[in-house]
Write a protein that binds this ligand. Sequence first.
Ligand code: NAD
Ligand code: AHE
Ligand code: ZN
Ligand code: ZN
Length: 372
Amino acid sequence: MPTIKTKAAVAWKAGEPLSIEELDLELPKKGEVLIRLVATGVCHTDAFTLSGEDPEGIFPSVLGHEGAGVVEMVGEGVTSVEVGDHVIPLYTPECGECKFCTSGKTNLCQAIRVTQGKGLMPDGTTRFSKNGQPIYHYMGTSTFAEKTVVPEIAVAKIPKEAPLEKVCLLGCGVTTGIGAVMNTAKVQKGDTVAVFGLGGIGLSVIIGARIAGAKEIIAIDINEDKFDIAKKLGATSCLNPKAYDKTIQDVVVEHTDGGVDFSFECIGNVDVMRSALECCHKGWGESVIIGVAGAGKEISTRPFQLVTGRVWRGSAFGGVKGRSQLPEYVQRYMDGEFELDTFITHTMALEGINDAFDLMYEGKSIRSVVSY
Ligand code: NAD
Ligand code: AHE
Ligand code: ZN
Ligand code: ZN
């Protein structure tokens, strides 16, 4: 099979820095697309998998799932995109035919979920290798590489006018946050909202809540450096749980005359997930889990919390169907409905990608964007 070379950041082992390597990349097979990436964001989920906490973490692999680029070659039978198209790779594909896609109830297409979770292309092999050793894919996207191969059903075609070095953030973080508000919670004008965790996801929830017309948006984080940007994006108040001698759910319940209509957990901390549920209003409050928690972690609360009308939900990629709905998000960005510049606190070349992880761990970045 013909191969090309690509530079990539390889995760050889859990907990180790990424290593910049020249890899062999097999050209796209039937139903596959070769993408030249222009930019990729670094999401906390990349750090989660690199940490070794992800039950589906596979090494060695090329991480990255928040990218944007240009189609460079298509495999046999590919009809929906062509060379030169601008695209965002999708970790939640959309085949349009599986039980999930046709249910009208979820964005979680399962057509290739099994192989994707094993770091493989749908035919059960990898396209990346180094000296004959297979290097695994990640979330079906592997955007920490100059070039990647993805299934056709995992590609969203977007307008050529969209700046790829910014709309890459719509490949995960910003779409996830806005979508969780619009599609999962369905926040309405006048609702009250609490957002736990003010990274790329939580700040995007704030944008979504503002667009939805929420009357109160309470932003919560233990890092007060995040408060200025949260307010700029629409938070009406900011709380640091460490500043109180009672639980944060008690603080929010008192502050909102009984609790919020909707809360969002954007951290991946199961204790905070409990707080987020319990700060919801009795009778109707709904809490949406977005954060991803490590192997073995479980959520708990008194069942009475649910008996008395609170609802616990979850949201993946904001409930957005990538191929049919992501282009609308790109268009809404281009129409000025929300901005992305505030999110991009740092930019770097692929060689600097380990700095992006350090900045995240230190709480200094919202999003680092790698440009190729
Ligand atoms: P991030 O690291 O940029 O932000 C996390 C924020 O949480 C930080 O501001 C941090 O200070 C804050 N925080 C940490 N512990 C806290 C605590 N105990 N109380 C209050 N605040 C606390 O992360 P991100 O990229 O915004 O991702 C957030 C989470 O969402 C991660 O778990 C990520 O894996 C997950 N995620 C899920 C989806 C999905 O589709 N469900 C998509 C993207 C990301
Ligand atoms: N592999 C993990 C779960 C990771 C997870 O929940 N991923 C989210 C997207 S996070 C993007 O930053 C997701 O879409 N999940 C749905 C899916 O099918 O993976 C584990 O716990 O095994
Ligand atoms: Zn992500
Ligand atoms: Zn499907």
